[in-house]
Design a protein around this ligand. Structure first.
Ligand code: ATP
Ligand code: MG
Length: 564
């Protein structure tokens, strides 16, 4: 499935839009936007907002803009801008020629602020930040009016112009809306519209401005200037909606988008706040924003997730107003299903143990054929060399084992996948008793089938010793070992819940030779081991690196069942 195909799943937002269209609201148009702040990389939570906004535009024949909400220049930069564009495109969405920055509107925002001042609806306030907080009141007590609230319009205009011209220091004055200090909604108690910020170089506007508009003032106006019809945001903005509407109702703009809130995506075993993700990167708990353990889009991509699997996940979790935390297993199930259907099979031995087939002629090599997918012949087959010396996985041999054990035991038989049945005749150990090699014999009559009357219980994977490629394999697991790392009050920090075993690097894995041609980002099922992806950054043809995307089965679910 591609991102351009419509999805059927309805939700309360689509129902609102259906009704709006029936009533002929917004001129029968549907126009959404995705408004990231370029202060970090996008994460899987943003994917929900992206799929929702772009998906609605697609399904209603409307438009969706990409708009950088860049009003906090000290935390933002172009690296983030570029990464966000890459991630949205990679997820399969296209903003056409509608890439905007809130900073594109700084001039117009300034003029709307002047309009509010002229109408007696905004004033320059000289209270210190601490005083502003003090005057604001609490949830149970009304606020007090600022002594500057009744400044004459002319004086406000003059001060605001001089704020822009750089005459005043950071924090010495702000422009505030003049609404209602007794409002039960704290956001309506004369909120700040503009603050002074000297000495920052904005990634788009450079040093042109030393006053910056607040989000609550910028966002509704940006939406209206772009002709947005439905402004979809997360629930924490519900209490800001009266302010969103107030701004648009009190300036000379004739477009009034409708703000609709939905619940954020929270995912278990990870954190989603950009501040915490930044901390993980800056303090070196992960290699970078695209570390395959990160819940960022870049991390998921590098891990081996497909865009389709992420879109499928977002579709399955749905869109509601209920706060919840989604199981990591649900995300993993989506990529597992995708790769089960679409990833070619290969053989890779992660913990190699040498096997010598004593009755196989020395110097001989056979080229066997193996299907690329057990259920999809259309995916073709590949050649795999077979020879006298092979490697199997250490975990697939035991000197002695219970009858249930379906792999190779001393004196027992096992089938080598896509090849012959072998029997283990001798076990060679080093001085410490460590098994270093198995001496086996093969039955030439068993290629592809068991002869009559012969029961072989297990099938194991292998690679030919002299043709296998050495590879580094990175076994990733969840970054945190607590389902809600940042909600646990008993821990001093979410960092206390980092999973110490979230990465195991195996530097001596052996993979079948056909993997030498694998391109960065290509994904495979290593039979019996899991799904793997060629690392997009570190892998080279000489030193291939494979990331484990996900195990074949959900082992965490089993563990949790046992515990529970
Ligand atoms: P943070 O608070 O961690 O900095 P944010 O919400 O401020 O994140 P933005 O860049 O402002 O990040 O988000 C862009 C859009 O994505 C917003 O509309 C926001 O509501 C939405 N969004 C962010 N996080 C989530 C999430 N976890 N689930 C759904 N939507 C989200
Ligand atoms: Mg935000």
């Amino acid at each position: 499935m591609t991102a351009s195909e419509p999805r059927q799943s309805s939700n309360f937002i689509r129902q609102i839009i259906d009704e709006d269209l029936r009533q002929g609201r917004h001129g029968g148009r549907v126009h959404t936007r995705f408004p990231p702040e370029p202060n970090g990389y996008l994460h899987i939570g943003h994917a929900k907002s992206i799929c929702l906004n772009f998906g609605i535009a697609r399904d209603y024949g409307g438009l969706c803009n990409l708009r950088f909400d860049d009003t906090n220049p000290h935390k933002e930069n172009v690296e983030y801008v570029e990464a966000i564009k890459d991630d949205v495109r990679w997820l399969g969405f296209d903003w056409g020629d509608r890439l905007f920055y809130a900073s594109d509107y700084f001039d117009r925002l300034y003029h709307y602020a002047v309009e509010l001042i002229e109408a007696g609806k905004a004033y320059v306030c000289d209270l210190t930040p601490e005083q502003v907080r003090e005057y604001r009141g609490t949830l149970t007590e009304p606020g007090r009016e600022s002594p500057y609230r009744d400044r004459p319009v002319e004086e406000n205009l003059d001060l605001f112009r001089r704020m822009r011209e750089g005459e005043f220091e950071d924090g010495s004055r702000v422009l505030r809306a003049r609404i209602d200090m007794a409002s039960p909604n704290m956001n309506m108690r004369d909120p700040t519209l503009y603050r002074i910020r000297h000495g920052v170089i904005h990634h788009q506007t450079g040093e042109e401005w030393c006053i910056y508009p607040m989000y609550d003032f910028t966002h509704p106006i940006s939406d209206a200037l772009e002709g947005i019809t439905h402004s979809l945001c997360t629930l924490e903005f519900e209490d800001h909606r009266p302010l969103y509407d107030w701004v648009l109702d009190n300036i000379s703009i004739d477009c009034h988008p409708q703000q609709i809130e939905f619940s954020r995506l929270n995912l278990q075993y990870t954190v989603m706040s950009k501040r915490k993700l930044t901390q993980l990167v800056e303090e070196g708990y992960v290699s970078d924003w695209d570390d395959p353990r990160m819940p960022t889009i870049a991390g998921l991509r590098r891990r081996g997730y497909t865009p389709a699997s992420i879109r499928e996940f977002i579709d399955r979790i749905g869109v509601t107003k209920a706060d919840n935390s989604v199981e990591m297993g649900m995300l993993e199930a989506c990529i597992r299903e995708d790769l089960d259907a679409n990833a070619p099979r290969r053989m890779a031995v992660l913990h190699p143990l040498k096997v010598v087939i004593e009755n196989y002629p020395e110097g001989r090599e056979e080229i066997l054929s193996a299907p690329n997918h057990p259920k999809n012949e259309g995916m073709g087959s590949r050649e795999i060399p077979f020879g006298r010396e092979l490697y199997i996985d250490r975990a697939d041999f035991r000197r002695e084992a219970p009858r249930k054990y379906k792999r190779l035991v001393f004196g027992g038989e096992v089938r080598l996948r896509n090849a012959y049945v072998i029997r283990c005749d001798r076990v060679i150990e080093d001085d410490d008793g460590e098994i270093v090699e198995l001496r086996c014999s093969y039955d030439p009559a068993t290629l592809g089938a068991n002869p009559e009357g012969r029961k072989v219980k297990g099938v194991i994977h292998w690679v030919a010793a002299d043709r296998a490629l050495r590879a580094e394999v990175r076994l990733y697991d969840r970054l945190f070992s607590h389902p809600a790392p940042d909600a646990d009050r008993s821990a001093a920090s979410f960092l206390d819940h980092l999973n110490p075993d979230s990465l195991h690097t195996l530097s001596h894995a052996l993979v079948e030779p056909s993997l030498g041609q694998a391109a960065p980002g290509e994904r495979f099922q290593f039979e019996r081991e899991g799904y793997f992806c060629v690392d997009g950054i570190d892998s080279t043809p000489e030193n291939p690196v494979f990331n484990r995307v996900v195990t074949l089965r959900d082992s965490w679910a089993r563990m949790e069942q046992k515990r529970g």
